[in-house]
Ligand binder design. Structure first.
Ligand SMILES: Nc1ncnc2c1ncn2[C@@H]1O[C@H](COP(=O)(O)OP(=O)(O)O)[C@@H](O)[C@H]1O
Ligand SMILES: O=P(O)(O)OC[C@H]1O[C@](O)(COP(=O)(O)O)[C@@H](O)[C@@H]1O
Ligand SMILES: [Mg+2]
Length: 544
C-alpha cells in the first residue's frame, strides 16, 4: 500500500481528532499509535521536506502497517491543520472540532430526528465519513487528492438549544443576498434546533465593541430577503481581535456566524484563533460573501448570479446607446477589483459585448494588436461596439500615464483604484478625435449591481449555505467557512480560504470561450503567449 502523511509542527502534535468523534479508549489507542508511528516515520524516511505552508511531507511506496486514518494537528494557532490521509493519495483537509479542545464536552441527540419535516428523509444525517473531492476531473491513474468534509446535519449535537446564544455579523462591501443569509441562519437555528437567543451585530466587526446588539427572531427577519443591503449594516476596517473576543466573552455568545468576503474570513480566522487561545467554548463559522468571486476553492457564492444578471441592464443600455449613434461606443465598468469574473460572465451572458477587459489579462492601447486598432476594426465592421471593463483592469496603464501609482487603501487594506472607465473613455475619445466622428457613452453601474436583492437562484444558494453553517456549528465543527465545492456543500478550514485569491485564469478554457465569443484580440504579444503558463498560475475554480 502507498502510505503518505502530511503534518505540521512535528513537535506539537495533538491526537486524535478523527472524522468520527473518538471514545476514550480510541483516544488512548491513537496516542499509542502516534507514539509508535513518529519514531518509525523519522527512522524510515530519510528525506523529509517542508512545503510553502510549513507542512512536512513524508512519503514512501513501501508497505506500512499504519492506521487507515491518521489525523494530526498542532496546538500552534494559525498552523493548526487537520490532515487525514488514506489509500491512493486520499487527503482530507479537515476542520477543527469542539472535541479537539474539549474531549469531554457533552453531546445530545440532534433535535432534527424528531422534526416532522425530516422524518420522511431516508438518510438525513450525513455519514461521518462523507467527504467531497476538490478535483473532479481525473485520470485513471490520478491520486484521489484533496477532499473537504461534507456539510450537513449530524446525529449528535454539541449544544443544547436553550444554551445557545448566537450572533450574526455582516462585514465588507454589500452583496445581493446578505439579508437572505441572515434570515436563513435565524430560521435554521429556530426551526431546526429550537434556538431562541440570536443577536445581530450592528455595522460589521467594529459593532462587536462599539455598538449595541440587535435582537433577531423569526418576526424581525420575516421579510428582509426582499430588500438589498444588510439589515445589520456593514463596514470596512475596525477589526480589533482582542476587543471583539472580549465582547463575545462578556456577552456569553457561543456561536458566531460571520458573513463576509476574503477580508472578513481572515478576520474570522483571527477571532477563532483568539477564542481557542482563551479556551472558550465558542464556535466560529464563516459564510462566504463574494460578489467578485475572489474566494478560492468554492465554486461560487451567493450574489454573483444576481450581479451578473443586473449587469445585463447596464450592458443593454450601452448597446442601445451605441447602436443609436454613428460609430457609437457603449462602455460599461463593472466590479472586480482583482478578479474579472463578473465582467467575464456578464460578457458571456450578454452576446452584445465586443470586448471585455479584466485585471488578469493585461492589454495595451496603441499599435498592432492593441485596443485602438481593434476598436477601429470593429467600428468599421459594425458601426458600433460595446466594451465591458472590470474596475481593476488596466490599472498599470493608468498609473503609467498619470506618472503616479496610487498606494491609497481603504480601511480594510484593499487597494483604492483609480477610475479606469473615465480614463479609458477619454483616451479613446482623444485617439479617434481627428480620425472619425465617434460617440462614447460611459455607464458605471457599480453600486447598482450589488445593492439589489438576490435573485431566485441566489436565494436558494443563501438558504443552503446558511443551513449548512448552522448544521456544522451545532455538530461541533469550528473554524470553518461553508462553501460549495463541485456542487456539494462542505466545511473548509479558514487557512484554505484565506491563503490566496481566486482569479480568472486566462489560459483556462473559459477565457478562450469568451475570446471566441467576442472575437476580441487576446492582447498577448508572442513572447507572452509562450510564457503564459508561468504568468497566470494555477487553474481557477469556476466550474462552468
Ligand atoms: N487580514 C485581516 N485580519 C483581520 N481582519 C481583517 C483582515 N482583512 C480584513 N479584515 C476585516 O474584515 C472586514 C471586511 O474586510 P473587507 O476587505 O473590507 O471586505 P470583504 O470581507 O468583503 O473582503 C473588515 O472589517 C476588515 O477590517
Ligand atoms: O466602495 P466600496 O464599498 O469599497 O466597494 C467597492 C468594492 O466592493 C467590491 O464589490 C467587493 O469587495 P469586497 O468583497 O471586499 O466587499 C469590489 O469589487 C469593489 O472594489
Ligand atoms: Mg474582499
Amino acid at each position: 500500500m502507498t502510505f503518505s502523511v502530511i503534518f505540521h509542527c512535528m513537535d506539537l502534535f495533538r491526537f486524535p481528532s478523527s472524522s468520527r468523534r473518538s471514545t476514550q479508549s480510541e483516544t488512548d489507542h491513537h496516542h499509542h499509535q502516534l507514539g509508535f508511528l513518529i519514531p518509525r516515520i523519522s527512522r524510515k524516511y530519510r528525506s523529509l521536506s517542508f512545503d510553502s505552508g510549513l507542512r512536512l511531507i513524508v512519503s514512501d511506496n513501501q508497505s506500512f502497517e499504519s492506521p487507515k486514518r491518521l489525523v494530526m494537528s498542532s496546538s500552534v494557532p494559525n498552523s493548526d491543520r487537520k490532515i487525514v490521509t488514506g489509500p491512493a493519495g486520499y487527503i482530507l483537509e479537515d476542520v477543527p472540532h469542539f472535541s479537539d479542545d474539549f474531549p469531554d464536552h457533552p453531546t445530545y441527540p440532534n433535535p432534527l430526528q424528531d422534526n416532522a419535516a425530516y422524518s420522511v428523509v431516508k438518510q438525513y444525517f450525513v455519514d461521518e465519513d462523507d467527504t467531497v473531492p476538490q478535483k473532479i476531473v481525473v485520470h485513471p491513474d490520478s491520486p484521489r487528492g484533496t477532499h473537504f468534509r461534507r456539510a450537513g446535519p449530524r446525529q449528535r449535537v454539541y449544544f443544547e438549544s436553550d444554551d445557545v446564544l448566537a450572533c450574526i455579523v455582516t462585514c465588507g462591501g454589500l452583496c445581493p443576498g446578505l439579508n437572505t443569509v441572515i434570515r436563513e441562519i435565524v430560521c435554521g437555528l429556530s426551526y431546526m434546533y429550537g434556538v431562541k437567543r440570536i443577536l445581530g451585530i450592528d455595522g460589521g466587526y467594529r459593532g462587536f465593541y462599539a455598538r449595541n446588539t440587535i435582537h433577531l427572531d423569526l418576526k424581525t427577519v420575516n421579510d428582509i430577503h426582499r430588500s438589498g443591503g444588510t439589515i445589520l449594516g456593514t463596514s470596512r476596517g475596525g477589526h480589533n481581535t482582542t476587543k471583539i473576543v472580549d465582547s463575545i466573552q462578556d456577552r456569553g455568545i457561543n456561536q458566531v456566524y460571520i458573513i463576509g468576503g476574503d477580508g472578513s474570513q481572515k478576520g474570522a480566522a483571527a477571532i477563532f484563533e483568539e477564542i481557542r487561545k482563551r479556551k472558550l467554548k465558542v464556535a466560529v463559522a464563516g459564510i462566504p460573501k463574494t460578489i467578485d468571486n475572489d474566494i478560492p476553492i468554492i465554486d461560487r457564492s451567493f450574489g454573483f448570479d444576481t450581479a451578473v444578471e443586473e449587469a445585463q441592464r447596464a450592458i443593454n443600455a450601452a448597446h442601445v446607446e451605441a447602436t443609436s449613434f454613428e460609430n457609437g461606443i457603449g462602455l460599461v465598468k463593472l466590479m472586480g477589483r482583482y478578479s474579472g469574473f463578473i465582467a467575464m460572465h456578464a460578457t458571456l451572458a450578454s452576446r452584445d459585448v465586443d470586448c471585455c477587459l479584466i485585471p488578469e489579462s493585461p492589454f495595451f492601447l496603441e499599435g498592432s494588436g492593441g485596443l485602438f486598432e481593434f476598436i477601429d476594426k470593429r467600428l468599421k465592421e459594425s458601426g458600433h461596439m460595446v466594451i465591458v471593463i472590470a474596475e481593476g483592469a488596466g490599472q498599470d496603464l493608468l498609473s503609467e500615464s498619470m506618472k503616479e501609482s496610487t498606494t491609497l487603501k481603504d480601511a480594510s487594506g484593499n487597494k483604492l483604484l483609480q477610475d479606469i472607465g473615465l480614463w479609458i473613455s477619454q483616451r479613446i475619445k482623444d485617439h479617434f478625435a481627428k480620425k472619425m466622428t465617434l460617440t462614447l457613452k460611459y455607464i458605471d453601474p457599480t453600486y447598482m449591481i450589488r445593492a439589489v436583492p438576490s435573485n431566485a437562484s441566489d436565494n436558494v444558494c443563501c438558504t443552503l449555505l446558511a443551513q449548512s453553517a448552522v448544521h456544522g456549528v451545532m455538530a461541533g465543527y469550528n473554524g470553518f467557512t461553508v462553501g460549495l465545492v463541485n456542487g456539494r456543500h462542505t466545511y473548509i478550514p479558514f487557512n484554505r480560504i484565506t491563503e490566496k485569491q481566486n482569479k480568472v485564469v486566462i489560459t483556462d478554457r473559459m477565457w478562450a470561450r469568451l475570446l471566441s465569443s467576442t472575437n476580441q484580440p487576446s492582447f498577448m504579444k508572442q513572447a507572452d503567449k509562450i510564457h503564459s503558463n508561468q504568468l497566470v498560475g494555477e487553474p481557477g475554480t469556476m466550474k462552468w
